[in-house]
Ligand binder design. Structure first.
Ligand SMILES: [Zn+2]
Ligand SMILES: [Zn+2]
Length: 69
């Protein structure tokens, strides 16, 4: 059987069992608890907002820009 790769949930490296998720995340997905990842998410850890072309969501991009002056 071909290797399906690793779970597509952010930060998860477990083997895929279905829909691109590992057993744990696939269960969450079936329960409707996984966010639909049709877009790349913000690079800030724990943030699931839509990523802008800068790599962060609009909120975090604003904070980052403010921090950089
Ligand atoms: Zn997983
Ligand atoms: Zn963010």
């Amino acid at each position: 059987m071909a290797n399906k790769g690793t779970c597509k949930a952010e930060g998860c490296q477990k083997d895929v069992v279905g829909k691109g998720y590992c057993s744990r995340h696939y269960k969450l997905w079936r329960e409707g608890k996984m966010p639909k990842a049709r877009y790349k998410t913000c690079r800030t850890e724990g943030c699931r907002k839509k990523q802008t072309d800068k790599g962060h969501c609009a909120d975090h991009q604003k904070k980052k820009a403010a921090a950089e002056g």
